[in-house]
Design a protein. Structure first.
Length: 217
């Protein structure tokens, strides 16, 4: 729906690079992409995929958080679902590796600098979404589109609660059938998560408002 809109993607929790490859490819508009992956084994595959496709996106081995330069433990043993939160999976503490953190704002400044181009942030970071948003506050305030997961594990819906608490964000939910609904409260979030966990948010007045209200709704 937005392939012809100029934007750059920050792929937070890129895994092996599915969305980075799609968005940087011609079919989805050949957008500039910075792909961030915390797990070393996933990052190796991500980097290989970047090389195999002409280095058309930047791959970075870091964990997205609210501060850059910290060394934290990443927990989990599967190629998906790994988290900086030791309680995210039962027994996950037995499978941990160290990784350095980086903020969304630093990624935007270093790898997608200036030019007035809006940014899309894909946020799939397994329970540390709020910390990631805090580390991307400048980018979000500048009008970025946030595509985030409000995970079924979290009954209090902290990611959406944080955005609603900011007071100037518009939030949308998209069902698996493609229907868009505007979100105004956590009761709507709870109901929406029965069908799908993916949400969209942007600062009120950002250019994405027109895209969602007219082009996609």
């Amino acid at each position: 729906s937005i392939k012809d809109v100029p934007y750059a993607l920050i792929d937070c929790g890129a895994n092996m690079g599915y969305w980075s490859l799609r968005v940087s490819g011609r079919e989805f508009g050949a957008h500039k992409v910075a792909a961030i992956e915390a797990a070393k084994s996933n990052f190796d595959l991500l980097q290989n995929n970047a090389r195999a496709n002409g280095e058309r996106f930047t791959a970075l081995h870091r964990a997205i958080s609210d501060r850059s330069g910290d060394t934290l433990k990443l927990y989990g043993k599967m190629h998906f679902g790994r988290s900086l939160n030791p309680g995210w999976h039962e027994g996950a503490e037995a499978h941990a590796e160290e990784v350095q953190t980086i903020t969304i704002d630093e990624v935007a400044d270093r790898f997608l600098p200036g030019g007035g181009q809006p940014i899309v942030i894909k946020l799939d970071v397994e329970g540390v979404e709020v910390a990631a948003m805090k580390g991307g506050s400048k980018t979000i305030a500048s009008g970025a589109l946030l595509v985030y997961e409000d995970h079924e594990k979290e009954a209090a819906h902290p990611a959406s609660a944080h955005l609603l608490g900011m007071g100037d964000m518009e939030i949308w939910h998209r069902t698996r059938a493609g229907k868009l609904t505007k979100i105004h409260n956590l009761e709507q979030v709870a109901q929406a998560k029965i069908a799908a966990h993916d949400f969209f948010a942007y600062k009120r007045g950002a250019r994405w408002s027109e895209v969602f209200s007219e082009g996609m709704h």
